[in-house]
Design a protein around this ligand. Structure first.
Ligand code: BGC
Length: 755
């Protein structure tokens, strides 16, 4: 179908009509031209296809589907292959159900542990988020189903989500909040992007031309359509011009009418409308040309896969005295409502109608030595003495107690942010009391974001399972009994308390204004710089085996920023069981004129090793791994100097380190004025060569030559030097006793600017 040609046959009304949805989940068609309507659906850790009553909040039932682990969990896999598998599974479901686009992945950065949608998001780290979500995107689109990478951009809170203005500086956007979107477009070739509800630096994302056109298309080369988040349109006409192609859901024809009017009265160029129509139809056609409704959607097979993947995501946070893995036949008291009714996904638009669920108790059915007690209620926070007594009695009789705890639905959800980081009181009390009667108490957590753990010292082991999808119970069993050796790593820092979080002072914003005042210091970038104690650092996770690192080798000691640096390191499984290790590579700029984090994740690989086995892992780093966003040149920039290449067990634990010197090949433009400080001129040898004779002749008098002792005490040589360095060139006029003339200084300026 020649889309341009079709568009030329449409009336303006027809074209405008295509720019909004037919209903909640369908684009419009044009019958007389044979243009069909297609469906889009929520997800993305499964398919939420609503057949009957539609809504965007997960209120009405959708078709039965498979709920894979949520992004909070899959991020902890640190494994691109896990995301590939989820993506392929979801893609098959979409093909089978004739859904053209799955509305995800959601790649917003976890600025605060409080964000209600953190369970849908990946990480506090942009590189990890980008790598994993791009793997998902490639897999879905490999099945000829589009993704809609969302929510673009800087949408890291739910509070006032349709009105709040995220005020974020350019460097922070480029380094923290944009990279996952950038990678989705450049590497993942995302078919569609969903703009967020919020404003970004004063303008709604849905009508932000700089964002949707200049950056997304102009710089990154996006060639699909941009869809609004559901109901995110404020000024539709402005939106069309800004590059928002499709408004969802339907606006009852009202906004289409306004678009027609705007074209008629010359407020909007018809070419903008044509372009949006072309983009929507091109993507729809891409799907239609490759639709395979006969694709097999084997839900049972996907359930088994979801179980295996959930196990690969679990993070072993503590394992004193190797209390885990459990041995089959041990007397085990399993405690907690979540052991029979697991919480495995979050509330809202991503909520999947699982065709079945598997709890830990389901998975343990028939195993000897297992007892169960409910322990707590999920409706109320209040400790229930009868339930606690029953749990303690069961625990006292058992060799080990496994408490399955976490956050109930009401504690975290789309639509609102958490107000604290605590677990329900009834669970905290339960853990303490059970641990008093059974020293071998193990806590498994089902939650979408970090919690405070005042009970940590009383638990011998802790497994963070996040929200692990419908088969999470089976996965929990695999990990507890060592059938899967835990290999997840925390994709976010667990602070000791909420107040430690860098966004704590301003999170949520004042009225509609949310200033991202911590800048690039999000998550570990902040805690590490502050040398602050944390509960568990970013990248942390234990295993039932041990690993050793050796032979860190760099391809060169010094490179230019246009070169690629190749790094290799050997990893050996030094324990007794097979296991997977996440090899993490961080880059640390040893000296910088801009504020930079101590180290930043720039590479990771997950490898499987048999006992005694050694594998070599190789990384390649290019300019971007060393660069920061320079606002002066509006580009990535590398400052010449030494960088440490660190192979780490977490952002806090460096196993091996080597140094490389990187030469930045881009000179920053310098322009000196009378207001330039001497210290800045001093950094430039060419300027110094010009100015030195002048300086030697014109020592400005800051009183350094003071004669009296009192004056010498008041003005130390250090102070005098600092005064000099902190003075602008024009000080030669202020302190030069009239000897220096303004014209001389301007001449000098001319010379150093042209040196
Ligand atoms: C959510 C999106 C979702 C859309 C459609 C919105 O409220 O923010 O993530 O895809 O609804 O359900």
């Amino acid at each position: 179908m020649d889309i341009k040609q079709l568009i030329s046959q449409m009336t303006l009304e027809e074209k405008a009509s295509l720019l909004s949805g037919l209903d909640f989940w369908h684009t419009k068609g044009v019958e007389r031209l044979g243009i069909p309507s297609v469906m889009v659906s929520d997800g993305p850790h499964g398919l939420r296809k609503q057949d009957l009553e539609a809504d965007h909040l997960g209120i009405n039932e959708s078709i039965k589907a498979v709920c894979y682990p949520t992004a909070s969990a899959t991020a902890a896999s640190f494994d691109r292959d896990v995301l590939r598998q989820v993506g392929e599974g979801v893609g098959d479901g979409c093909q089978h159900e004739q859904v053209s686009v799955i509305l995800g992945p959601a790649v917003n950065i976890k600025r605060s542990p409080l964000c209600g949608r953190n369970f849908e998001y990946f990480s506090e780290d942009p590189y990890l988020t980008a790598e994993l979500s791009t793997s998902f995107i490639k897999a879905v689109q490999g099945k000829n189903i589009g993704v809609s990478v969302k929510h673009f951009a800087a949408n890291s809170q739910e509070h006032r989500r349709m009105a709040s203005d995220s005020v974020v500086d350019e460097r922070t956007l480029r380094e923290i909040y944009y990279p996952a979107f950038e990678s989705a477009v450049k590497n993942g070739k995302a078919w569609t992007v969903m703009c967020s509800y919020n404003r970004l630096n004063g303008e709604y994302a849905s009508q932000h031309r700089q964002l949707l056109t200049d950056l997304l298309r102009g710089e990154w080369g996006f060639d699909g359509y941009v869809v609004s988040d559901w109901g995110a349109v404020s000024d539709r006409v402005k939106g069309v011009h800004a590059g928002l192609d499709l408004e969802m859901p339907a606006s009852g024809g009202e906004n289409d009418r306004l678009v027609v009017e705007a074209v008629r009265n010359g407020q909007l160029d018809e070419a903008d409308v044509d372009l949006a129509v072309e983009r929507i139809l091109t993507i729809n056609q891409r799907y239609l040309d490759n639709a395979k409704p006969d694709t097999v959607w084997d839900k049972e097979a996907q359930h088994a896969q979801a179980r295996q993947l959930a196990a690969e995501c679990m993070v072993l946070l503590k394992n004193e005295d190797n209390v885990l893995p459990l041995a089959k036949g041990e007397e085990i008291a399993v405690i907690g409502k979540f052991a029979v009714k697991p919480r495995f996904q979050g509330g809202g638009s991503s909520h999947i109608n699982s065709f079945k669920t598997e709890s830990l108790m389901d998975a343990l059915a028939g195993m000897p030595g297992i007892t169960y007690a409910q322990g707590y209620d999920i409706i109320t926070e209040e400790p229930d003495e009868a339930l606690i007594a029953e749990a303690c009695a069961a625990a006292a009789k058992a060799q080990k107690a496994v408490i399955v705890a976490g956050l109930p639905d009401s504690f975290e959800s789309e639509g609102y942010d958490r107000s604290h980081m605590r677990m329900p009181n009834c669970q905290v009390e339960l853990i303490k009391r059970v641990a008093e009667v059974n020293p071998n108490t193990i806590v498994v957590l089902y939650n979408g974001s970090p919690v405070e753990m005042p009970w940590l010292s009383s638990a011998k082991a802790v497994v963070e399972a996040y929200l692990g999808g419908q088969a999470v119970g089976g996965a929990t069993k695999l990990v507890l009994f060592g059938d899967v050796n835990p290999c997840g790593r925390l994709p976010e820092t667990f602070p000791i308390k909420l107040e430690d979080n860098p966004s704590y002072l301003t999170y949520g914003g004042e009225g509609n204004t949310a200033v991202y005042s911590e800048g690039v210091f999000v998550g570990y970038r902040y805690y590490d710089r502050k040398k602050m104690d944390v509960l568990f650092p970013f990248g942390y996770g234990l295993s039932y085996t041990t690993f050793q690192y050796s032979n860190l080798t760099l391809s060169a000691d010094s490179i230019k920023d246009t070169d690629t640096l190749t790094i290799s390191v050997d990893v050996t499984n030094t324990g007794k069981v097979a296991g997977k290790e996440v090899v993490q590579l961080y880059v640390s700029d040893k000296e910088s004129t801009v504020f930079r984090p101590v180290r930043e994740l720039k590479g990771f690989e997950k490898i499987a090793l048999l006992p005694g086995e050694t594998k070599t892992v190789t990384f390649r780093l290019d300019k971007r791994a060393f660069a920061y966003w320079n606002t002066q040149i509006s580009d990535w920039h590398v400052e010449t100097g030494a960088f440490a290449i660190e192979i780490c067990l977490s952002s806090r634990d460096v196993a091996l380190s080597a140094e490389v010197t990187v030469e930045g090949t881009v000179q920053l433009p310098t322009h000196y004025t009378l207001d330039t400080l001497f210290m800045d001129i001093a950094k430039d040898p060419r300027a110094m060569a010009v100015i030195k004779p002048f300086l030697d002749a014109q020592q400005p008098d800051f009183g350094c030559e003071a004669e009296s002792e009192t004056a010498r005490e008041a003005i130390t040589p250090e102070m005098a030097m600092a005064m000099m360095q902190n003075s602008p060139l024009r000080s030669s006029l202020s302190f030069g006793n009239g000897v220096v003339k303004r014209e001389d200084l301007l001449k000098l300026l001319d010379m150093i600017n042209n040196a």
